[in-house]
Structure formats: C-alpha cells, structure tokens
Design a protein around this ligand. Structure first.
Ligand code: NDP
Length: 466
C-alpha cells in the first residue's frame, strides 16, 4: 500500500511538518538526500525517533520515494529556497507522471515560483507555491499556510494542508486557496516584510524604554505583558517579554547577544517588490536597512568613539511610547496590505485581503489582535487608513508619536521605523504635497512638462524657464 503524501527535505521545517501530517493520521513518505559518510540515512533515523511516524516510510533514494506514492502524487518540498528547489525538481521529474502535484513549502522567491509553475505545467505537472509561517513549533502544532498556484491542484491537496494548519478564532483552518502562480509565495514574502517592521518597531521601543526611561529588562517585560492584555497583543510582543526575562548567570541574556541582525533575504525581496510596484513601503524598508546598518559593527564602533553619542533621558510618559508603537503598527500593516493590493492588480491574482489576514490570525509570526481587527474591516474597506475606526485610533495616537519621535531624535536615539511611520502618515494626509516643486524642477532641466491644478487630467504645460 502506497503513501498518500510525500515530503522531501527533513530539515527543521520538513521534520515538523512530517510529524504533524503523520500525527493527524496521514500515510506519508519522507525523503532526505543521503549524506556521505553516514551509515544510516537521515529519514530512517528520524522515523525511529518519533512514535507518530510508525506508519511513515523513510527513503534516501529518490526513485523509490516517488514510486512509494499513490497517483496523482503529492510531493511537498521543504528544502532551502533557490537552486536546491530547481535541483530537486529535476531529480524527481524522471519518475513523475502527468497530473502529479509538486508543492514548494519553502520561502521561495515568487518570480521563481511563477517560472517553475510555467515550466512544470508544460510537462503536465501542477506546481503549488505554499508560504509556510510559524517556524519549527508552528510547523509541528499548526502553521499558517498561504497556498498559490493551480486551483484544481489545490482541491487535491487541501485535505492535507487544511488539516495540519492552525485554526483561526472561529475554528477554521488558517489555510485556503489564495491565488494563481506565485501568489502564495508573494503573500508569504509580504508577511515577512510586515514581520521585519514589527520586530524593528519592538526593538526601537525597547531601546527607548531601556535607555531613555532607564528601565531594566524585567520591568520592560512586565510592561509588554501588560500591553499584551489589550489591543497591542501580538505573538512577537509576547516572545519579546519572555526574551527580556531570560538571564545567564547574573546577566540579562539580551545584553550578551551580539547586536548584528542577520537576514535570509525575504525583507530585501519585499523592498524590491514594493519599489518595483510603486508602493512606498517605508516602514519595512527602514526595518531592512536597520538590519543592514547593524551589520557594520566595526564601523559603528569606530564612529561611536569619534562622535561619542550620549543619549538623553526621555521626559515623555511611557504611555506616549505605547501609543507611538500602536500608531506605527497601523501604518506598517497599511503598507503591507497596499503592497498586496498592488501586486494583486498587477498580476491579476484577485487577492482577498480579508481572507489573507484571516489566515494570519494564527500559526504565523505576525499573528496579533490587530490582524484580527483587520479581518472584518477589510471585507468592506479597501484603504484601512480611510476607515473611521482606524482613523480614530490614529488621531488618538498622533500627538504621542509626534512627541515620541521628536524627543527621541533630540535625545539621539535611532528610530528609523517610528520616524518612517510618522513621515508616511504626514505625507499621506497632505492634500497639497510639495511635489509641485519636483514637477517644476523636472520641467526646468528636462522639459518633462507639468499639469495644472485647474486641469489635473489635461495637457502637459511647458515653461521656458531661462
Ligand atoms: P534546513 O536547512 O533545516 O533544511 C533544509 C533541508 O533541505 C535539509 O533537509 C537539506 O538536506 C535539504 N536540502 C538542501 N539542499 C538540497 C538539495 N540540493 N537536494 C536535496 N535536499 C536538499 O531548512 P529549514 O527547514 O529551516 O527551511 C526549509 C525551507 O523552509 C526554507 O526555504 C526556509 O526559508 C523555509 N522556512 C523556514 C522557516 C524556519 O523557521 N526555519 C519558517 C518558514 C519557512 P541535508 O540535510 O542533506 O542538507
């Protein structure tokens, strides 16, 4: 008797997904490439370690793995994004048949997914790009899944994906078909972009509280836990409180961790995609650049010695910092949703923003009370900044973010994401921007022409400026 579902790549995520699938009663086959010098194969060792895998079949030979599956075959790849995905596709292809389905669950670049979708379609094989979020624990307990690709192929795999995924507050699967081609991986990329900003905003707030308000990490943890009791509740804020309580000997562990942020490229892809689609995702871009600046540790040390930046205490009340954070999070989510909307139009994906946020309510890294608020709101509202409830929140928090940004800048604190959020909002709510000057300059040196306020859709005018 053949297995119903196959998984290739037993790394951190692949292992957790296999245990999740087998634990739900599915008959699976698992494959990991053979590592030279190791007697026993990885899949077999893994199978022996977990009782829920007793019905799972383990392989280190590709042909035997593919042939162990019922047709149409359903094979999920959990290998590193990039050339490994293309390599594995080439390895399985000779053994596949028309109608089989390949599912890429890695963080693949959405344009690679579109390319693979077209390539495999020519060969009669369906390709699904499925964003997976939630990390190792999420993959095991129930991840948030963002599937894109062929809708008919989705119907054949949804039983597996929707069973293993997380549940939303109403008990529905945090997984549903989202769009064609590379839509699933684009949505996962946008999720990671929002995640970058959410993380950086917490890091900025943490620094203001630690240095500006002279609070010890455990006191900041108490405060973040208190914030988590209300509308600011989020997975990332919860884990930050736990991080801040951790000690190693007499030291706070956070103080022992090197201040150089790594990244795997998804924030870069989101920034590039936003820029190409003409979406000013300024908060996310600032979060990415903050990671890049952090990487220049030795230059920062030299600059610190040269400029000896002394940070000033902050006079502003903590509740202002809280409301500045609240304000910036709204702008961050607005920018992420704007990016998805533009991509949806550009690629004709017909994305449903409310449904995407519903999938993000549980299992994923950016799950939060605010995402839950967005699910019903996005059913009727296209632009969240024009919604009365959101406008109320922004108006309430505006003085707080203005004061926080001003005092933090005067006190020499780097707060790129808080500042970006405020500047974005200040630009967004201008009915008369300063872009008339840009148009005049373009016309002066390049004769590009400009339109006039009294005829905004009309012919271009040109002035002989000299
Ligand atoms: P790991 O590095 O833990 O595992 C990668 C797996 O891919 C290993 O089993 C590895 O095999 C296999 N592999 C790599 N190259 C090849 C190849 N050329 N041929 C065959 N097998 C190959 O990665 P993760 O499990 O963390 O991540 C997998 C994917 O999931 C990535 O795209 C990642 O971005 C994404 N992801 C990761 C999350 C996380 O929190 N870790 C969260 C969400 C998505 P071997 O053991 O032989 O090297």
């Amino acid at each position: 008797n053949k297995s119903e579902f196959g998984l290739i790549g037993l790394g951190v995520m692949g292992k957790s997904l296999c245990r999740n699938l087998a634990g739900k009663g599915f008959y699976i086959s698992m494959y990991n490439r053979h590592v030279d010098g190791k007697e026993e194969d990885i899949a077999l060792t893994f199978k022996k370690d977990f009782p829920e895998l007793h019905t799972a079949k383990a392989f280190d030979k590709m042909q035997a793995f593919v042939h162990s599956l019922q047709t149409p075959r359903k094979i999920m790849l959990m290998v590193n994004a990039g050339k490994a995905v293309d390599q594995v596709i080439e390895e399985i292809l000779p053994f596949m048949s028309t109608g089989d389905i390949v599912i890429d669950g890695g963080n693949s670049y959405y344009l690679d997914t579109q390319r693979r979708y077209e390539y495999l379609k020519e060969k009669g094989i369906s390709f699904m790009g499925v964003g997976v979020s939630g990390g190792e624990e999420g993959a095991l307990q129930g991840p948030s899944l963002m599937p894109g690709g062929d809708p008919d192929a989705y119907d054949k795999i949804k039983g597996y994906l929707e069973t293993i995924s997380a549940r939303d507050p109403d008990g529905n699967a945090c997984c549903s078909y989202l769009g064609k081609g590379g839509a699933g991986h684009f949505i996962k990329m946008a999720h990671n972009g929002v995640e970058y900003s959410e993380m950086q905003l917490i890091a900025e707030v943490y620094q203001l509280l630690r240095q500006g308000k002279n609070m010890q990490p455990d006191k900041i943890a108490d405060l973040f836990e208190e914030w988590c009791q209300g509308e600011l509740n989020s997975y990332l804020l919860e884990i930050t409180a736990k991080i801040l309580r951790r000690k190693e000997g007499n030291n706070w562990l956070i103080d022992l961790i090197l201040d150089k942020a790594a990244n795997k490229g998804t924030g870069n892809w989101t920034t590039v995609a936003a820029s190409q689609l003409g979406i000013p995702a300024t908060v996310l871009t600032s979060a990415l650049y903050s990671r890049y600046i952090s990487a220049f540790k030795s230059s920062r040390e030299k600059a610190s010695a040269l400029y000896s930046p002394e940070k000033l205490s902050l006079e502003l009340p903590i509740v202002h910092i809280k409301n500045a954070y609240r304000f910036a999070r709204i702008i961050n989510h607005h920018q992420g949703i704007s990016l998805l909307k533009e991509a949806s139009e550009s690629y004709a994906w017909e994305l449903d923003m409310s449904e995407i946020c519903r999938i993000w309510t549980n299992g994923c890294i950016i799950r939060s009370a605010f995402i839950e608020t967005l699910v019903p709101l996005l059913k009727k509202e296209k632009d969240i900044l024009l919604n009365a409830h959101i406008a109320g929140m922004l108006k309430e928090s505006y003085a707080a973010i203005t004061q926080t940004v001003s005092e933090a800048v005067l006190g020499h604190y780097p707060i790129p994401c808080l500042t970006a959020a405020l500047n974005y909002f200040n630009s967004y709510k201008e009915d008369r921007s300063n872009a008339n000057m840009i148009q005049a300059q373009r016309d002066f040196f390049g004769a590009h022409g400009y339109r006039k306020n009294d005829d905004p859709e009309g012919d271009l005018h040109h002035t002989n400026w000299s």
